[in-house]
Ligand binder design. Structure first.
Ligand code: NAD
Length: 296
């Protein structure tokens, strides 16, 4: 049994921490929101009064926070997690944040004598609840080996992507593929509609031809061909357009700071920005097909 501090008990963090409690780990949680703390206590977790207090007694500290600035604020400075923890503590940041902040915080952890991994996830709230998340992990091999048995209690696929920041790099590269491919598949269905080609016919042909991809065969953006896709439940997420836009923007920040050419990634970010600005932030990202059709 490991002593684990879990900071950030929101939509993702709470079920992840609850799975560690279920697996008989000794988990002390903290969130700035008293409501989030109460819900975690309801799932059988201990709650600390501050993040620093949770970290002080822990062997492993896991964070699941909204964005890079929250991670910097939580880790750095005199009242931060790095200052509060004992040397040798393993930090695992599961938030989806920019690569530059992930690398800066990992360097600060190393200078303070701590091991740190970035370990963003895919699989959404459903995956967090079912403990079937995929973890994309950046950091050194020893830290990865230490973290693996804990991550396995919250997820199914645990992939070591390389050095610090590479977990975040893998996450944004993957989601840039996903954003672009969802727009591509949606455009094909919109064109098919104009040409009088049936959705199911296009699906049957393209799902076994060179247009095959996850956005088509697992998450089809029109109702019918894949009964489990959000298109069949009025585009309730799933994975919201707002989250997709966040990840596409992170990819664009990384592309600009590393001088990578990603013209389609940039276009996808623009398309999702327009879609979200029309009030669709909470809609599943596959709902972009409606926007491409010109529906309000
Ligand atoms: P959320 O907003 O529900 O939860 C974040 C929690 O962090 C909130 O409860 C907030 O009060 C808390 N918080 C913020 N700053 C804090 C601090 N300094 N100390 C303690 N608590 C603090 O967000 P979420 O949906 O749980 O997402 C968390 C991360 O996971 C994000 O980076 C998101 O991009 C990523 N993610 C989310 C999903 C999803 O489907 N929700 C899927 C994959 C990845």
């Amino acid at each position: 049994m490991a002593r684990i501090a879990f900071v950030g008990l929101g939509n993702m963090g709470r079920p992840m921490a609850a799975n560690l409690v279920k697996a008989d780990e000794e988990v002390t949680g903290f969130d700035l929101s008293p409501e989030a703390c109460e819900r975690f206590a309801g799932a059988g977790g201990e709650v600390a009064e501050t993040a620093a207090q949770a970290a002080a007694g822990a062997e492993i500290v896991i964070t699941m926070l909204p964005a890079g600035r929250h991670v910097s604020e939580a880790y750095l400075g005199e009242a931060g997690l790095l200052a509060a923890a004992r040397p040798g503590t393993l930090f695992i940041d599961c938030s989806t944040i920019d690569v530059a902040t992930a690398r800066a915080v990992a360097a600060a952890a190393e200078s303070a004598g701590m091991a740190m991994l970035d370990a963003p996830v895919s699989g959404g709230v459903g995956g967090a609840e079912a403990a079937t998340l995929t973890f994309m992990v950046g950091g050194d091999e020893d830290a990865f080996t230490r973290a693996r048995p804990i991550l396995e209690k919250m997820g199914r696929n645990i992939v070591h992507a390389g050095g610090p920041g590479n977990g975040q790099a893998a996450k944004i590269c993957n989601n840039m593929i996903l954003g672009i491919s969802m727009i591509g598949v949606s455009e094909a269905f919109v064109l098919a509609e104009k040409l009088g080609l049936d959705h199911q016919k296009l699906f049957d042909i393209s799902s076994t031809a060179s247009g095959q991809c996850w956005s088509l065969t697992t998450y089809c953006p029109v109702p019918g061909p894949v009964p489990t896709s959000p298109a069949n439940r009025d585009y309730r997420p799933g994975f919201s357009a707002e989250m997709m836009l966040k990840d596409l923007r992170l990819a664009q920040d990384a592309a600009s700071s590393s001088a990578a050419s990603t013209p389609l990634g940039a276009e996808a970010a623009q398309v999702y920005s327009l879609f979200v600005n029309e009030g669709n932030g909470g809609v599943d990202f596959s709902g972009v097909v409606r926007f491409l059709r010109g529906e309000g």
